[in-house]
Write a protein that binds this ligand. Structure first.
Ligand SMILES: [Zn+2]
Length: 352
């Protein structure tokens, strides 16, 4: 919708109009490519293996030959190649990217993803999750991440974990983004005199910071980790490298209409995150710590459900701002999951 506003505004003659145009384009793009990690640490590896659509490593797999004809594969490859030739901020690139994503999602059902997954089931909770890993991860990492995903679902609904995460988190975690675009110290206004929100603040307004209640969060978790057909939910994980973070996840991906798998009704969302293979290698701290990676999966999973945290410049800045009762809920939940899993492990070792 925002892009059509740009198309019908052919005469941005004054500077304010130009700024608004740039702002609107930035808003439209940030809407679908937004995690702290992705926005601020772009790298080609990430774009290749974690695009804003079903990833190429999945849909081009020979296992999906019954779902996409050779002509369809070739023409989609050509469309994706066209994307690289278009300017990052152009509306043509945005439209093409959306079209490819929506078309690919229409060719698959949740069951088509499950067939290529390893389904892990918790004997404690009877909950299953279909884990679909990028074939580019090495075999040991794959096994560890599958175990991490299992450990995550074993404690995801733990009332003590959720209460701890909830109680210490705030609706206004610091550092909050600036509210308005400023010009000479005053808020910039649009053509109908409304103050213009700054990009990061406008994004914050569209996201979740803290759940309304513990019960509301439990319901949201239940909806994300189950499907309307009783099939397990799917967690797809792409590999990437090249930044100082452990992972990333598109905000709201699970409920974004165009990303719903539509080969069968009812259409169904899936979970789709990326993890940094640089951090999954020696001598990185926690490189093979299953509990640690379970907590990273929890964090990126919550981005997929629309949870937001401030745009930290570094892990140190994140730690400095998540203290006392001023945690961002998503970070708070991640750390509560990690603590709980370590506690379980210590008590199991004590029993031996
Ligand atoms: Zn994050």
């Amino acid at each position: 919708m925002r892009l059509s506003r740009i198309d019908i505004n052919p005469l941005p003659e004054i500077m304010i109009g130009l700024w608004l145009t740039i702002f609107i384009v930035a808003m439209a793009l940030s809407k679908y490519a937004n995690t702290t990690e992705i926005n601020h640490h772009p790298d080609s590896d990430s774009k290749d293996r974690y695009p804003y659509r079903l990833p190429d490593w999945f849909w081009q797999s020979p296992k999906n030959a019954h779902l996409l004809s050779p002509q369809e594969v070739i023409s989609t490859r050509n469309d994706i190649a066209k994307l690289d030739g278009l300017l990052n901020t152009s509306s043509a690139k945005h439209s093409l990217e959306i079209n490819i994503a929506e078309w690919l999602a229409s060719k698959f059902s949740i069951r088509d993803l499950i067939i290529s997954s390893n389904v892990v089931t918790s004997p404690k909770t009877q909950l299953s999750l279909a884990v679909l890993l990028d074939p580019d991860f090495d075999p040991n990492t794959k096994a560890m991440l599958q175990d991490a995903a299992l450990r995550f679902i074993e404690v995801a609904f733990d009332p003590v974990v959720i209460k701890k995460a909830y109680d210490r988190s705030t609706l206004m975690p610091s550092p909050m983004p600036e509210e308005y675009e400023l010009k000479d110290g005053s808020p910039l206004v649009d053509e109908i005199d409304r103050p213009v929100y700054a990009e990061n603040y406008a994004f914050y307004l569209t996201q979740r910071t803290k759940p309304a209640s513990i019960e509301a969060f439990l319901l949201q978790l239940r909806n994300a980790l189950t499907t309307p057909t009783g099939d397990p939910a799917v967690l797809m994980i792409s590999r990437y490298s090249g930044d100082e973070w452990w992972g990333g996840g598109y905000n709201n991906f699970h409920s974004t209409p165009l990303q719903q798998l539509k080969r069968e009704a009812p259409s169904c969302g899936y979970l789709y995150i990326k993890l940094n293979s640089d951090k999954l290698k020696k001598p990185e701290p926690n490189w093979n710590d299953t509990n640690f990676w379970a907590s990273k999966i929890a964090h990126e999973f919550l981005h997929n459900l629309g949870y937001w945290h401030p745009n930290y410049k570094s892990p140190a800045e994140r730690d400095a701002n998540n203290r006392g009762n001023n945690w961002a809920f998503i970070v708070s939940y991640e750390f509560a999951i990690h603590d709980k899993l370590n506690e379980i492990e210590r008590s199991e070792q004590a029993d031996i």
